[in-house]
Design a protein around this ligand. Sequence first.
Ligand SMILES: [Zn+2]
Length: 338
Amino acid sequence: MQGTVLYGPHDIRVDELPTPAILEPTDAVISLSASCICGSDLWPYRGIQPIPQPVPMGHEYCGIVEEVGSEVRSVRRGQFVIGSFFASDNTCPHCLAGYQTSCQHRQYVVGAQAPYLRVPLADGTLVPTRDVPGKELTPSFLALSDVMGTGWFAADAANVKPGGTVVVVGDGAVGLLGVLSAKQMGAERIIAMSRHDARQALAREFGATDIVVERGDAGVERIRELTRGVGADSVLECVGTQEAMTQAIEATRPGGSIGYVGVPHGVTLDGANLFYRHVRLLGGPAPVRRYLPDLIDRVFRGTIDPGKVFDLVLPLGQVAEGYRAMDERRAIKTLLQP
Ligand SMILES: [Zn+2]
């Protein structure tokens, strides 16, 4: 089959790869209804996260089960399924506590920017829908695989409550879906930090009440003004840089919470500053698996439409243009048709 491989900085190609097959009795192979490019794929694409050798890319997926291993019980051929970027058994103590991305048997899922994908630990990882959804819902189900689940975790980790004030740092797909998540959780005021017109518009559509275009100290100052000098109850950090984390910490009120889901690159924290600021921090790779059943239900009911973050759709063969468009911030998120 034809699949996406990253060779080095800005060198992404479609290559002939072996078609995935069942290797372990707990595996499933699925044919992908759609795949996409993640903001986190841009770290190795830009060379910020070096790769030792060419790597198959893609970790967001939904599609139809083609084949299952002999020990798979809860999914079967022909079902439409969604999984997340870490395969998990969903039975170990960490999974049972709701942290499936820290599963004792977790395995990273790679190679999803392709027509077929092998998913390990299929019973624990894949969630089947009650029936095969119409194609119009594919983008939204695909978004659940990572960005929607990650935005939801950011809001959950930031302890978003009905009536609360929320700040979202980062206007990528995860930040925008963090806005949507905060709205679903009943936040009254949602301040999105963005200086990009199209992203501001989508943030407003998803429920943002205020937009802050300033960054750094000026951004923090603006949030203080908007919150009468208090700061926000909940802050979602969806970037992963020092500047974004510093803004998040300084925008949070004493006793408030920060959910951080941007993969940290060069971020260090000042213990004494955290101590005197009285803020809670919870972050990490989002345990998307925990939220999938609820989010699938919300998509079926039409309560959420996270597929709106895909503003560029390309055939898999044009994946290089998809990466370029996101790298140059011409696109929020690229959907790939296998
Ligand atoms: Zn586990």
